[in-house]
Write a protein that binds this ligand. Structure first.
Ligand SMILES: [Mg+2]
Length: 258
């Protein structure tokens, strides 16, 4: 049986609307004996909130099966003074990090969501403050650098645009903590005690899920839901090992191909 890393947004749901058959597929993967870990780039809900959200969609998972970029940030930045441009909801997951308004060791950029809080987090004032800290020597970290994500109203600008903007202005390069960073996939494999070559990554994002996982040596399956676009596959050299129409088809696909 395999170890399987499963994305949340776009694979299990879109804007909280469940992908039909996805919850049943998770149940069947467990019955088939696969070891599962849920790996999200969500930066707008705490781990406990996210796990509860997934359970409310009928997906069986425990809080500790869910890996978030905020937890990765807490590990990477423990004990440091951090200027955080992040949603309030994830502050609980930044345990061990000292959040400051100035004299920061590092600037941490989080993600956007569909609420007005995004306007406050990425205000000009906050971005200019972050730029000043970078100019004074702080390191730049980001939870992810996604360009956009799929909402039920269509594609929405994501925080990667602000990461790129600060990199440009301060002539620096951000360290990515969530997908597609190798450390993030490494932590997921370690949690399952799994070899990367024997582990599958399943997600809807060609860059963050598929290309990132492939660079770490994982096998990959792209789902045609969420932010999946046919031209995203045609326009890149990234070739997932498999493409399924949705997570609902994953158990059969694995039975045939794994
Ligand atoms: Mg996704």
């Amino acid at each position: 049986m395999a170890a399987i890393l499963i994305d949340l947004d776009g694979a299990l749901h879109v804007s909280g609307e469940p992908i039909p058959g996805a919850a049943d597929a998770v149940a069947r993967l467990r019955r088939d004996g696969h070891r599962l870990r849920f790996v999200t780039n969500n930066t707008t809900r705490s781990r406990a909130q996210l796990a509860a959200d997934m359970r409310s969609l009928g997906v069986e998972l425990d809080d500790d099966e869910l890996q978030t970029p905020a937890a990765a940030a807490a590990r990477a930045l423990a004990g440091k003074r951090i200027l955080a441009l992040t949603m309030h909801a994830i502050v609980a997951d930044l345990e061990g990090v000292e959040l400051v308004g100035e004299d920061a060791d590092a600037v941490l950029l989080g993600g956007a969501d569909e609420t007005p809080e995004t306007n406050l987090v990425f205000s000009f004032m906050n971005l200019a403050r972050a730029f000043s800290e970078l100019e004074m020597g702080a390191d730049l970290y980001c939870l992810h650098r996604n360009r956009w994500w799929q909402t039920k109203h269509g594609p929405l600008l994501d925080a990667g645009a602000f990461v790129a903007g600060l990199e440009y202005a301060a002539e620096t390069e951000a360290t990515v903590l969530g997908k597609p960073s190798p450390a993030y996939f490494g932590a997921a494999c370690e949690a399952l005690d799994a070899d990367p070559e024997l582990t599958w990554m399943v997600g809807d994002d060609v860059e963050a899920d598929i290309a990132g996982a492939q660079r770490f040596g994982l096998r990959t399956i792209l789902v045609r839901t969420g932010k999946f676009r046919p031209d995203a596959v045609e326009d890149t050299d990234v070739r997932p090992d498999g493409i399924v129409s949705s997570l609902a088809h994953l158990p059969d696909w694995l039975e045939e191909h794994a």
